[in-house]
Design a protein. Structure first.
Length: 301
């Protein structure tokens, strides 16, 4: 089969639309349509059901799409290995992590990585959905639980806890709770219990809600929780790694905290020798060491 036709078929199947596939391939809709018709004639079968809402793969189309997905993955892997055969660290590195960790801890530290490797291009994908690393949806993942996917190299980076924090201004105006029962007089800021979050954090929030808090603000990520806390809105449930970058925040009821939450870095086995992945892994580990050192110094004050 003609690889150009297969490449165009893969783009159409992935996009579900001739127009969107054409935009991605920089081809006109008519050119894409001709290639699909030519492939269908060559195979003597229909690959798509066509209707007003777009294109849906037929059973034969699904079989061919499975094959092109596998081919694309092999090509991406080959391209990554070719790029990584060079001495210098360069090219794109797709990193996925949660919105909270990515915006509040990782992104502010990337300056150091770019200073050392100016030709590296990081594509930072922040979402709670766990991307499929073996299928090359991303190159590296940092997650708040050990990955369950097979064929991954994984390393535990650190342990974090969910704790309660407030701004000095909020506590000055509203008082500092001395026991959990006092939370009924304060506004609790936390992730919505229906949102995707680490189980330890969810359990802490559910525990606090048992004390009839007078008011609540729920947000679907920790960045929003932090902004509300900084702006004196209430007491927020936040990961303890934030205290390094926001030392003005005050921990409330320090004996009340979540269970330990492991932070893992993972990447596909075929990228074990990747210089881009190694550079990123070393950068993150160095930052973790610095983070731990600062926390120890703070604890000894």
């Amino acid at each position: 089969m003609d690889w150009d036709k297969l490449r165009i078929f893969h783009a159409v199947a992935d996009a579900g639309s001739l127009t969107h596939a054409g935009d991605k391939l920089n081809l006109s809709q008519s050119a894409v349509s001709r290639q699909i018709r030519g492939l269908e004639e060559q195979l003597n079968t229909n690959l798509f059901h066509r209707h007003a809402r777009g294109l849906i793969l037929t059973e034969q189309g699904e079989l061919l799409f499975d094959a092109t997905v596998a081919m694309t993955k092999r090509l991406d892997t080959a391209a990554a290995r070719i790029r990584d055969s060079e001495e210098e660290v360069f090219g794109e590195l797709r990193v996925t992590t949660t919105t909270g960790f990515g915006t509040l801890w990782l992104a502010p530290r990337l300056t150091k990585l770019y200073e050392k490797y100016p030709d590296l291009r990081v594509d930072l994908m922040l979402e709670e959905r766990v991307l499929d690393l073996p299928m090359r949806e991303a190159d590296v993942a940092i997650r708040m639980k050990e990955p369950s996917q097979a064929d991954l190299v994984r390393k535990k980076l650190m342990m974090i806890k969910m704790c309660m924090y407030a701004s000095p201004a909020y506590l000055a105006a509203n008082g500092t709770p001395q026991r959990l029962e006092d939370m009924s007089e304060h506004r609790l800021i936390c992730q919505n219990t229906d949102s995707n979050q680490v189980n330890a954090g969810l359990q802490l929030v559910q525990q606090l809600m048992m004390y009839d808090v007078r008011s609540m603000l729920t947000v679907n990520n920790y960045f929003g929780v932090l902004q509300a806390v900084i702006n004196n809105l209430g007491i927020g449930v936040l990961p303890d790694y934030l205290i390094q970058d926001f030392p003005e925040m005050v921990q409330v009821l320090p004996d009340t905290e979540s269970a330990d939450v492991p932070v893992f870095l993972a990447y596909p086995e075929e990228l074990r020798a990747s210089k881009r992945v190694a550079a990123f892994k070393d950068f993150v580990q160095d930052e973790i060491i610095t983070h731990r050192k600062l926390l120890r110094e703070k604890a000894n004050l």
